[in-house]
Write a protein that binds this ligand. Structure first.
Ligand SMILES: Nc1ncnc2c1ncn2[C@@H]1O[C@H](COP(=O)(O)OP(=O)(O)OP(=O)(O)O)[C@@H](O)[C@H]1O
Ligand SMILES: [Mg+2]
Length: 326
């Protein structure tokens, strides 16, 4: 993977949301949802973001494909920095970057038939005639393995898995290169999760897609991702090839996350550290602690961790860690 082409490079990305109060919406605080995040996604790979709820995963996903404007940073997509582009100039790039949203039930308009939901991006981008669009919807339904006659149904007549397939078909309508998959299986029954993951892998191989996979489920990440970045309070604390991350976890936060994963294969037991229970809650991104973001819950911290912020360092090729003690 290291030799392959870089599709997207994100440098120093920040997304801060102002907290306002009162009649005049005076700014009373700042949520640092994403704070100085850098990574590259290689063409054809699955790059995963993992982390607890509120760590900023969805905000990274929405910002890198410019659904949200970034507060700072560069987003280089195939050589062009799309971070400063205006809405009008973004249009050709929007076709190449799509997102499958976190909750498939909420992502579909209940008053729109399947055909209209999937055709919507084609209409917005003025692609094809009505007949051609209908043909494209049929192809897409085929691709996500939904019988064509379902196209005239409304979302309420679909199962959770079928809704997710429709969302995937809609995201693929414009033949994007990069697809952000935001928790693609977490709203689904366990029996359906594996089927959706298999479909995502098949589609990636068939269509040469690149995925930014967002998940809090490490077993999903382990099954499909090539590389993983672990997020905590808006920052990447560790980033490595998936095998390396699971075999030789370096950051104390990642060690705690991995120790909570149920072990299915006994041989893997040796690879997983003893369960580490973190004390306290993840702090609010509007009150980020000084020094290391993880210091308030860290079980190996030293005095320096509360004073200075550790940089994200490459400790071995492709393996990045934000910790003084590694
Ligand atoms: N539009 C917004 N306005 C203000 N704050 C926001 C907005 N969107 C997200 N946030 C805040 O930014 C932080 C990161 O949120 P985000 O949804 O990116 O986290 P996440 O890692 O995707 O969490 P989850 O696993 O629950 O989906 C949270 O504290 C959230 O409340
Ligand atoms: Mg999210």
């Amino acid at each position: 993977m290291n030799n392959s082409k870089i599709l997207m490079e994100v440098r120093g990305l920040k997304k801060h949301f102002p907290i306002t109060a009162g009649l005049f919406s005076r700014q009373v605080g700042l949520v640092k949802a994403v704070d100085d995040v850098s990574f590259s996604i290689h063409a054809g790979e699955t790059f995963a973001l993992v982390g607890e709820s509120g760590s900023g995963k969805t905000t990274v996903g929405r910002t890198v494909i410019r659904i949200l404007p970034p507060t700072a940073g560069d987003i280089i997509f195939e050589g062009t920095n799309i971070a400063p582009l205006s809405e009008e100039t973004l249009k050709p790039w929007r076709r190449q970057m799509q997102m499958v949203f976190q909750d498939p039930a909420a992502a579909l308009n209940p008053r729109r038939r399947v055909v209209d939901s999937i055709a919507a991006p084609l209409e917005i981008h003025n692609v094809g005639t009505t007949r051609e669009r209908l043909q494209r919807v049929r192809e897409l339904l085929d691709l996500v393995e939904i019988p064509t006659q379902y196209m005239y149904r409304y979302p309420h007549a679909l199962s959770g898995g079928q809704k997710q397939r429709v969302c995937i078909a809609r995201a693929l309508a414009l033949s994007p290169k990069l697809v952000v998959q935001d928790e693609p299986t977490s709203a689904l029954d366990v029996s359906v999760q594996a089927k959706i993951l298999t479909l995502l892998i098949e589609l990636q191989n068939r269509l040469g897609l690149t995925y930014l996979l967002i998940s809090h489920d490490l077993s999903v990440v382990k099954a499909v991702a090539n590389r993983v970045a672990v997020m905590y309070l808006g920052k990447i604390v560790e980033m490595a090839p998936t095998d390396q991350l699971f075999a030789r976890t370096l950051h104390p936060y990642t060690r705690a996350l991995l120790s909570a994963v149920p072990v299915i294969i006994p041989e893997e037991q040796a690879m997983i550290p003893e369960e580490i229970i973190l004390e306290g809650e993840i702090p609010s991104p509007s009150r980020v602690p000084p020094g290391c973001v993880f210091q308030t819950r860290c079980y190996v911290k030293v005095a320096r961790c509360a004073q200075e912020e550790p940089p994200l360092r490459e400790v071995s090729p492709g393996d990045w860690v934000r910790c003084f003690l590694v």
